[in-house]
Structures are given as structure tokens and as C-alpha cells.
Ligand binder design. Structure first.
Ligand SMILES: Nc1nc2c(ncn2[C@@H]2O[C@H](COP(=O)(O)OP(=O)(O)OP(=O)(O)O)[C@@H](O)[C@H]2O)c(=O)[nH]1
Ligand SMILES: [Mg+2]
Ligand SMILES: [Zn+2]
Length: 332
């Protein structure tokens, strides 16, 4: 196994060479437990803590290493390492911390693709998926939508109907982990050194999927699951795992709230169709509520745009506007 198996590439090579210290070695963060970092460099596993200098230079939580980060430590003696710095991230997938605090919460760093999991049961929510799409757009990560539990639909047609509200250009896969259908089509996305993050609510089948594609890991993923009050297993922490066939995967605990940490550009990327319509509205800052000459409302009327999508767009736009104001206030 090599650094490349863990996702090392020319970006990190360049960043590492800038440091010009031969006594330093890089490793990737696979798991974080409070202030303990579990690291791997392709050859050995290490446990690291932050050096005093690193800690004193940290201004905000998002400056701390997270899952998927590459850190640099002094050549460790044994399995313990002192983390001296963080290599500049290629990207970071984040959301806003739950609650009232205006703070970025990192989900994973240095990600190549995100698989947004949903279950094809009555809980399926397209607006929630659109939130995840926005988070992906914010850090320019390619999103895939995976609809699991196809076995709960009477036909593929029913599944397609349930998801037709989703923007047509988003790649979608219909699978059943239980029946092992559709899974092989996802495997090509787990290439050597590529990091894929699994997102989605609790109970949609993310961990079951990992256990299906990498049964040898199941002991490991079981270990991180506990039984919740409903007698179900649920993932309680994030971990980056190396798949036996190559590729890296980050399982996530299901998110109850997907609060946005995004800006106007990510919104415009996610709702390109509405943006294109907007340019034809009579008024420049049309709110698409009741203005005359509104091209967006006209599109809803003639069935070109779904009303639910417009509603969600309005809601997310307002949320981003509020976030932008708050971020200016608190300087983040
Ligand atoms: N019917 C059906 N059930 C499934 C399928 N895939 C997973 N399940 C079940 O759904 C439940 C939740 O699956 P998990 O894999 O734990 O879900 P998760 O997304 O990891 O949930 P969290 O860890 O809480 O975020 C389990 O009881 C699984 O057996 C499927 O394809 N069809
Ligand atoms: Mg899980
Ligand atoms: Zn309008």
C-alpha cells in the first residue's frame, strides 16, 4: 500500500515540498475522536495529537484537521505522532453547525464525489436532496443521487415518478442493497485513491451499502454502530475506510438537519434552470411571487417548472441571504 492508495496526488506533493523539512512525514486523517487523530499513510497507522504550535495558531474550528485531511507530523517514533500542520485542502464539504451558532462544520475534506443516499419509502424528500446538492455545489464536488430500497417500490416506474422532481441533469441510481440490485453500477466510482462521501438521513442504508460492497470491512463498521432507542443500528461517527478493491469511502451518521453553509454562487449552480428563466422576468429583482411579467411564474403555469422546486429555491435563497448577513456580522 502507498500514499497514493490513500488519495495522495500532485496537489499534496507540491504542498508538502513547500515545507522543506526532511524530518516531516504526511498522513491522512481517517477518524477523529475529540483531540485524538487516527492517521494512515498507506504503510502504517498512527495516532496523532496537535502540536502546541498548531493549537495556538488555530483561530476557528474549521482550521482543525477533519476526516480526509492530509496532515504533516514529525517522523514518528512508534505509532504516536505530533501533528505539526495541515496541508492545504483541495476542497471541504461543510454544513452550518446545527442551532443558532453561525459556524462552519466540516463533513470531510479532499473529497472527489458525494453519493447522496435516499430511501424510496414514504420519507423521500426532494427538497432535502436539493440541500445536499447545494453543499456539493459549494465545494465543486460531483454529486450522485442514490435511491435505495427499490424493493419497497412495486416497479421502477414508481421509483422514477417519486424522483421526477429532481433536476434532470443529476446522475441517479436506483438500487436495493437488500436484493443486491443496481450496486455494481456504482462500483466504477470507487477508483484507486478516490474519496467518496456517503450522505443522507439516518436509516437510508449507507452503512448497509458499505457492508454489501466490502463485506470484509463489516466487522469494522459494526464496531462503530450502536443500537438506538428504536432497536436499530446507527452510525455514530465518521470514518474514512480503504476499500479492498481500491478507493476510499467516508460513512456518515445520518443528518437530522442539513443547514446550509453556502453562498449565492452555489445556489445559482444548483438552480441553473430557475436562473435562466429569471433573466426574462420584467423586473430585475423580481421575487417571483406575484409580479407582472414574471417568467418564472409563467414557467410554473405552463408546467415547465415544478412549483415545489420554486418554493424550495425561495426558501434556500432566503436561508443563504440570512447566513451571508450573519457571517458578515460575526466575521466568518
Ligand atoms: N427494504 C430494504 N431495507 C434496507 C435496504 N438497505 C438497508 N435497509 C435497512 O435499512 C435500515 C437502515 O440501514 P443502515 O445501513 O443502518 O442506514 P444508515 O443510512 O447507515 O443509517 P445511519 O447510520 O443511522 O445514518 C436497516 O434496517 C437495513 O437493513 C434495502 O435495500 N431495502
Ligand atoms: Mg450508518
Ligand atoms: Zn420573476
Amino acid at each position: 500500500m502507498t500514499l497514493e492508495d490513500y488519495g495522495w496526488d500532485s496537489h499534496f506533493e507540491t504542498e508538502f515540498h513547500r515545507i522543506k523539512k526532511t524530518s516531516f512525514v504526511p498522513a491522512r486523517v481517517c477518524r477523529v475522536e475529540k483531540d485524538r487523530y487516527f492517521l494512515h499513510n498507506g504503510v502504517s497507522a498512527y495516532e496523532g495529537v496537535l502540536s502546541g504550535k498548531f493549537r495556538s495558531q488555530t483561530r476557528k474550528k474549521s482550521d482543525l484537521p477533519t476526516i480526509g485531511d492530509w496532515v504533516v507530523m514529525k517522523k514518528p517514533s512508534g505509532s504516536f505522532g505530533l501533528i505539526e500542520m495541515l496541508l492545504r485542502r483541495k476542497n471541504a464539504l461543510s454544513r452550518k453547525t446545527a442551532g443558532m451558532v453561525t459556524e462552519e462544520q466540516l463533513i470531510s475534506a479532499n473529497v472527489d464525489a458525494a453519493m447522496i443516499f435516499s430511501a424510496l419509502d414514504q420519507d423521500l424528500s426532494i427538497p432535502r436532496i436539493e440541500r445536499y446538492l447545494l453543499l456539493c455545489a459549494q465545494c465543486a464536488i460531483e454529486p450522485f443521487c442514490v435511491f435505495n430500497k427499490l424493493d419497497l417500490c412495486s416497479s421502477l416506474e414508481e421509483a422514477l415518478t417519486k424522483t421526477q422532481m429532481l433536476r434532470p441533469d443529476v446522475q441517479r441510481f436506483f438500487i436495493s442493497v437488500q436484493n443486491h440490485t443496481g450496486i455494481s453500477e456504482l462500483l466504477p466510482y470507487f477508483g484507486k485513491g478516490k474519496t467518496v462521501v456517503l450522505l443522507g438521513s439516518s436509516g437510508v442504508g449507507k452503512t448497509s451499502f458499505i457492508n454489501a460492497i466490502a463485506p470484509n470491512l463489516s466487522g469494522k463498521t459494526q464496531e462503530v454502530r450502536v443500537t438506538d432507542h428504536k432497536g436499530k443500528h446507527t452510525t455514530t461517527w465518521r470514518e474514512l475506510v480503504l476499500l479492498p478493491g481500491g478507493g476510499l469511502l467516508v460513512d456518515n451518521p445520518g443528518m437530522r438537519e442539513v443547514q446550509l453553509w453556502a453562498d449565492k454562487d452555489a445556489l445559482e449552480d444548483t438552480f441553473e434552470d430557475i436562473l435562466a428563466l429569471e433573466s426574462a422576468c420584467r423586473f430585475r429583482n423580481c421575487s417571483h411571487l406575484s409580479e407582472p411579467g414574471c417568467a418564472v411564474l409563467r414557467a410554473v403555469e405552463n408546467g415547465q417548472l415544478r412549483e415545489e422546486r420554486l418554493e424550495n429555491y425561495r426558501k434556500l435563497k432566503a436561508e443563504i441571504n440570512r447566513l451571508t448577513v450573519r457571517r458578515k456580522e460575526v466575521g466568518r
